[in-house]
Design a protein around this ligand. Structure first.
Ligand code: TYM
Length: 327
């Protein structure tokens, strides 16, 4: 059975980009693989967080994990800081990585741009992510396209260590990306990816948005003036993004959708996308409300951390031995 690992930061509300790019893969993979899904609160603190908000967000993301269909009997769902091995392996890998390769990460470049002082954690963020993955002998990492470079770094570090300390030290993982909607773009500016932190709330649809907000955000979405529902990322990035979202939510190929909307304006197309999105998110919101304040959620996270600790300690022992650490 393959091992799967992925994580989501508990910073703000999970949006359609997170869901279509990453989270829907989590559910798909849980039947045939041994899956570990983490809420990465140690990554969240690489930028300042309000402690009360962070605590709330951790449980929000955990509840959303279950609300989209993750079953804690099948998947190990847990919070990163409850498993000390992440920080320990992160440290060991810090001593294997070099600063040059971390300065080259595009996410670091964009997050540190224009900042007077940049936290060390922001630079070493991808090393902790590599530790998350390698700690569980992971084979497959389901993520959105924006994490490609971080997965490459993880593979490089694993190969580097194996070369020096023995080929069996780490399993070298592979990223797994969706064919459609691996990178969902912002609704108000389709040249930027949809993100939790953008100022304009209409740039994204959060999984917990109410129906009115969903309608407003989609009807306001940036398109173009030629009026044809056609997929052409270069010349029609807004319409192409909406087509990818509709295709991902309905499992209908984009070519089919283009045919269906031939001769229709953007109004009809957007109205249908509103209805499709509202229908897709309704059960998630209902499940979320049921789970969020339940004891079952805390029980699932407690059991998840216990199993994650057990598995990660075995890897850590192997790594410490390979490096000659300890007594
Ligand atoms: P985060 O919290 O930013 O995003 C969670 C997941 O959502 C994907 N994603 C998107 N996919 C498509 N379109 C978008 N606009 C979009 N925005 C985000 C991300 O690719 C991600 O899969 N570094 C990670 C968290 C992490 C992690 C890990 C992931 C920490 N350790 C180990 C995998 C394995 C992050 O910041 O995700």
């Amino acid at each position: 059975m393959n091992r799967v690992f992925s994580g989501v930061q508990p910073t703000g509300n999970i949006h359609l980009g997170n869901y279509l790019g990453a989270l829907r893969q989590f559910v798909e993979l849980q039947n045939d693989n041994d899956c570990f899904y983490c809420i990465v609160d140690e990554h969240a603190i690489t930028v300042p967080q309000d402690p009360k908000e962070l605590k709330k967000s951790i449980l929000d993301v955990a509840a959303l994990y279950l609300a989209i269909g993750l079953d804690p009997k099948k998947s190990t769902v847990f919070v990163q800081s409850q498993v000390p091995g992440h920080a320990e392996l992160g440290w060991i890998l810090n001593c294997v990585s070099v600063t040059g390769e971390l300065y080259r990460m595009t996410q670091f470049k964009s997050k540190s741009k224009g900042q007077e002082s940049v936290g060390t954690g922001l630079l070493t963020y991808p090393v902790l992510m590599a530790a998350d993955i390698l700690l569980y002998d992971t084979n497959i990492v389901p993520v959105g396209n924006d994490q490609k470079q971080h997965i490459e770094l993880t593979r490089d570090l694993a190969i580097r260590v194996n070369h020096k300390y023995g080929e069996k030290t780490f399993v070298v993982p592979e990223g797994r990306f969706m064919k459609s909607a691996a990178r969902v773009m912002a609704l108000d500016d389709p040249t930027q990816k949809m993100s939790k932190s953008a100022q304009n709330v209409h740039s994204r649809i959060s999984l917990l948005d109410d129906d009115n907000k969903i309608k407003k955000s989609i009807m306001k979405a940036t398109t173009d003036s030629d009026g044809e529902v056609r997929y052409d990322v270069e010349n029609k990035p807004g319409v192409s993004n909406l087509l990818s979202i509709m295709s991902a939510l309905t499992d209908r190929p984009i070519e089919q959708l283009e045919k269906d909307y031939e001769g229709h304006g953007y109004g009809d197309f957007k109205k249908d996308l509103v209805a499709i999105t509202i229908d897709a998110l309704r059960p998630i919101k209902e499940n979320f409300n049921e789970i969020r304040y339940s004891q079952d959620l805390i029980d699932a996270l407690t059991a998840g951390a216990e199993r994650a600790n057990e598995i990660s300690l075995a890897t850590l022992k192997r790594v410490r031995d390979a490096f000659g650490m300890g007594i």
